[in-house]
Design a protein around this ligand. Structure first.
Ligand code: ATP
Ligand code: MG
Length: 475
């Protein structure tokens, strides 16, 4: 195949500066990797530009920084032989061409200087090994020794070298293969898929942070189930999220079956990916049923139950986040809350929706009530079109009721209309348990709709409640 010229990929004036700098230093230089791939796939204009110099990447970076106006920030990582320049919204990453060999117990290779071809060989996939020349003599020439362009056309993820070696050398590439397959909607070549399966246990030498990074990228895709099912198929998911694989399977006792909660979960994640970009809500969808494996029971009379699985599931969220070194902050708490409350609106949507049930939902979910509704709508995976329609309609009604109740009762961020201090003053009390009882009773009365969420009504209610408790108003 003739090597095509792709000057039009290098129209940004930055490439002229890179070209001049490379020629002045007399080093072969190339744009390589994601930028070239995404250009050929017409995936917008990538902001990350990786440059490889057959020589010193750091020297090239310094020369480029010198030529750029505005005194750009350059970061040099001497140990890695790399340098980075931020220029406007562009991030330029420089590295010297290198050859790598690996130690079995680490992802960190032994590195020596190499040729362009050797550098391309150590790249993870053929589609990520494409290079465009920057030197004036062949500016824009595509160097594609492993037929990456053909793989782009055929939508195939393939490794430049023997896949067994590629994945064993750096097992993070297994996650990257699956992530790119999900992002680009590509197929992983069979030999590669087998090599991943054979090397799956090597994922254990990859840091949790890197694994989570890839998981997040998979979850951010339009159809995360592509990656999740590949993780499952290759056996990687057992190492990463065993809580999920534990949900797989359908059991039958005395003719009673339950649904396969693993494949159900994947459908829920795909559904929610259509309605929200919120990564943490997508995590909530992924984990909403994890409590079902440890709580599953069969009862002769009622069949399968998953009693309190939401509660157990929300506890499991903490352990899972901790194990994966994910942030144990408000994001984690949000996921826990979503898992804990994941069945609440479903109950509402199955029955007649009362105002007080909606008020309680809004009270408990607070600002996250909309997210919770989004999760529950995604949870509808019934294949029965009648039921599907019925549930969707019911959720629409619940949403409308939420707005109505909100406008009237303002319980979303509930503030008690009567303070403890006022109760103490009114009945001339010292701090005591009666105050808590009265406050709780006021809250209940508001949520039940017995009184409106207003000062006057709450005060009247307080007086009556206090008298019932045997208190007397201060004269
Ligand atoms: P994106 O930035 O969209 O995730 P990318 O291809 O630019 O995609 P980066 O992680 O930015 O990915 O890496 C840049 C390039 O470095 C890749 O295109 C690939 O050539 C190479 N690369 C990155 N990680 C690895 C790895 N683990 N093994 C081999 N090559 C890698
Ligand atoms: Mg990149």
């Amino acid at each position: 195949m003739p090597q095509q010229n792709h000057k039009q990929a290098l129209q940004n004036p930055i490439f002229n500066i890179l070209s001049e700098a490379a020629d002045e230093l007399n080093v072969e230089s190339y744009v390589i990797g994601g930028f070239v791939r995404d250009y050929l796939l017409k995936r917008g204009n990538p902001k990350d530009i990786d440059v490889v110099a057959v020589g010193s990447g750091i020297e090239l970076a310094k020369k480029v920084a010198h030529k750029l106006s505005g005194n750009p920030k350059i970061s040099v990582f001497k140990n890695f032989g790399t340098a980075m320049i931020k220029h406007g919204d562009l991030e330029l990453e420089f590295v010297g061409a290198r050859k790598e060999s690996y130690d079995r117990n680490s992802r960190k290779p032994f590195v020596e200087d190499g040729t362009l071809q050797e550098d391309q060989e150590r790249r993870d996939f053929t589609i990520n090994a494409l290079a465009l020349s920057l030197n004036k003599s062949n500016f824009g020439e595509l160097l594609d020794p492993f037929n990456g362009v053909i793989d782009l056309e055929d939508k195939i993820i393939r490794t430049p070298l023997e896949p067994g070696i590629t994945y064993s050398d750096d097992p993070l590439r297994m996650m990257r293969a699956i992530r790119f397959a999900t992002q680009l909607d590509f197929v992983i070549e069979l030999k590669s898929l087998q090599a991943i399966t054979e090397n799956k246990e090597r994922i254990q030498i990859v840091s949790k942070e890197r694994i989570v990074d890839e998981l997040n990228k998979i979850l951010a895709c339009p159809k995360p189930s592509i990656g999740l099912s590949l993780l499952h198929k290759t056996g990687l998911l057992d190492y990463i999220l065993p809580e999920l694989t534990a949900l797989e399977g359908i059991e039958e006792i005395e003719g009673q079956r339950h649904k396969d909660n693993f494949w159900h979960t994947l459908e829920v994640v795909d559904n929610i990916a259509k309605t929200t970009e919120n990564l943490w809500l997508r995590w909530a969808a992924l984990l909403h049923d994890i409590g079902k494996a440890p709580t599953k029971k069969f009862h002769k009379k009622i069949g399968w139950t998953f009693h309190a699985h939401e509660f157990i599931g929300s506890k499991m969220v903490y352990k899972l986040f901790k194990r994966l070194r994910m942030p144990l902050n408000d994001k984690m708490k949000f996921v826990q809350k979503m898992v804990l409350m994941s069945s609440r609106p479903i109950v509402l949507a199955e029955e007649f929706v009362t105002d007080s049930a909606v008020r309680r939902l809004v009270f408990d979910a607070g600002d996250f009530v909309d997210d919770l509704m989004t999760l529950c709508e995604a949870d509808i995976t019934t294949k029965n079109p009648k039921k599907q329609k019925k549930y969707k309609n019911n959720f629409k009604m619940v949403r409308a009721k939420i707005i109505e109740v909100e406008e009237r009762d303002h319980v979303r961020n509930f503030q008690p209309p009567i303070s403890g201090e006022e109760i103490m003053n009114f009945f001339d009390l010292k701090p005591s348990k009666e105050i808590g009882i009265i406050k709780a009773a006021i809250k209940e009365a508001i949520l039940e709709g017995e009184i409106p969420n207003e000062y006057e009504a709450a005060k009247e209610f307080m007086v009556q409640k206090g008298i019932k408790l045997g208190l007397t108003p201060k004269p």
